[in-house]
Design a binder for this molecule. Structure first.
Ligand code: 4AD
Ligand code: MG
Length: 443
């Protein structure tokens, strides 16, 4: 009998065949003299039935959850509606637990570690064990599928993937959130965004994207800020602002469609977020100035507790309240120059504002930030000056405006925020394998 992964017992074929599988004890229950053990191997679940003498020896070793084991037996089909994964059941006639495979019980049992009286810090210390649970692992399966769907979508749209450096000497999104370190005696940073590098490859490779880590020294603890996150960024050449919005909508909807096309993943999403579906296109478009009016009308104050006025940053709380009330994806556009990054293209008709967009999703708020880029050399030089940025280390970025400039734009999407929205998770911390934020760098 050859070894099979549990996913192979998906309801097709195999009744009557002899099967040998490896897995971990996910659940177990005893009914009279029969033991039902659900094994798990990351590919699926299989109900294994221990009866007669086997049930007795099994009992004798007091099997604990998470113990690894090998089982051999005959596969049976169960009638529809039977409470077993895929209506399959393995009648075990041989099992083996190798030395070291047994998981502890009692005080040290995994059940104690992953409950921890609900203390979030203890749970985070035990994230390596928590990941074995149904909810945490479902989110990770969805994450794997979503990331793959982004690659697929970008392939379909003929974007090319590049890998920009993570160790840099330029900032993209302001000095306040830079992680600085000593680079052979020089000051360097962990990258905040690959955008500037993506822009430099447009002339050679056409439209490009990358899925890399970005780092932000966020000195506050919020539901949606991490110190290290997965940044999905794309840059498109010879486009208009309206092309950029159309592309963004298309990408997000296509990614969801591809993700939900896998029935296993769709089932996980349904369990995590029963109401979730592909959003309707076009997304609601709202100018920053209209958002300010909307916030005033709805008596949602700014950070200082005053009514919002033009020029205010729309803070996280206000942004989320607005998005939750409107309750659909929003493209918030045309932010004032002063509250946005130096590289953003100004609106031709209203130079107070930029051709910029944040995509806001219910439950999370901003999940994407993007813009058209300043493509004029002189204007960019002025922008560095306005922001107090020394243009010297940016010579390679500035050169793009010298050697064949073009109208172009792009965006960055936070994968963890996208997942928090899609999987209805309260915090982005629950959408990464091992979250990093102020005060936590372990496990
Ligand atoms: O809005 P941001 O700062 O934009 C940029 O970095 C652009 N340079 C991207 C580009 O145009 N290529 O970040 C983009 C997105 C945000 O909308 C958010 O989803 C995510 O990155 N993000 C974070 N996610 C988790 N933790 C943080 N601290 C994040 N900061 C930004
Ligand atoms: Mg932003």
């Amino acid at each position: 009998t050859s070894v099979a992964k549990l996913r192979e017992h998906d309801g097709s074929g195999d009744p009557g065949t002899r099967v040998r599988v490896f897995g971990r004890v996910h659940r177990q229950r005893k009914q009279k003299d029969v033991l039902f053990v659900t094994l798990r191997d990351g590919y699926g679940y299989l109900q294994c039935v221990f009866a007669g003498i086997l049930a007795k020896t099994y009992d004798a070793i007091t099997l604990t959850r998470e113990t690894s084991m090998e089982v051999i037996g005959e596969m049976y089909a169960l009638p529809p509606g039977a409470h077993a994964p895929n209506q399959r059941e393995l009648h075990v006639d041989y099992y083996e637990i190798k030395p070291g495979w047994k998981a502890p019980g009692g005080e040290d049992a995994i059940t104690n570690k992953v409950q921890a009286g609900g203390d979030p810090q203890i749970l985070l210390d035990n994230r390596h064990l928590l990941l074995r649970g149904d909810i945490a692992s479902s989110v990770m399966f969805v994450r794997d599928a979503v990331e793959f769907a982004f690659h697929q979508t970008y392939r379909e749209l003929r974007l090319r993937k590049v890998s920009p450096p993570a160790l840099v000497q330029t900032q993209v999104e302001g000095g306040a959130t830079l992680f600085k370190f000593d680079y052979y005696g020089e000051e360097a940073f962990l990258t905040q965004s690959s955008q500037l590098y993506l822009e430099t490859v447009l002339p050679s490779m056409g439209d490009v994207y990358c899925i890399e880590k970005s780092f932000r020294a966020e000195k506050s603890l919020t539901r949606r800020h991490l110190s290290e996150y997965t940044h999905i960024e794309a840059e498109l050449d010879f486009i208009t602002f309206s092309d950029l919005l159309d592309h963004l909508e298309l990408v997000m909807c296509r990614v969801i469609e591809l993700t939900l096309a896998d029935p296993v993943i769709a089932a996980y999403v349904k369990e995590l977020n029963p109401e979730f579906k592909v959003p309707e296109r076009p997304f609601k478009r709202m100018k920053y100035s209209d958002a300010i009016d909307w916030l005033k009308e709805h008596n949602i104050p700014n950070e200082d507790g005053h009514p919002h006025t033009f020029g205010d940053d729309i803070a996280e709380a206000a942004e989320r309240r607005m998005t939750d009330i409107i309750n659909r994806p929003i493209f918030l556009t045309h932010f004032p120059v002063e509250i946005k990054a130096f590289y953003m293209q100004k609106d031709k008709d209203d130079p107070r504002v930029t051709e910029s967009v944040d995509c806001l999703m219910p439950g999370v708020g901003e999940i994407v930030g993007g813009s058209m880029r300043m493509d004029d050399w002189g204007e960019l030089m002025k922008a560095y000056e306005r922001e107090g940025i020394d243009s010297k280390p940016y010579y390679w970025y500035t050169d793009q405006r010298k050697y064949g400039s073009s109208p172009h734009g792009g965006y960055g999407l936070g994968l963890e925020r996208f997942l928090a929205w899609m999987c209805k998770q309260h915090t982005v911390r629950d959408t990464c394998l091992y979250p990093r934020y102020m005060g936590r760098c372990i496990p």
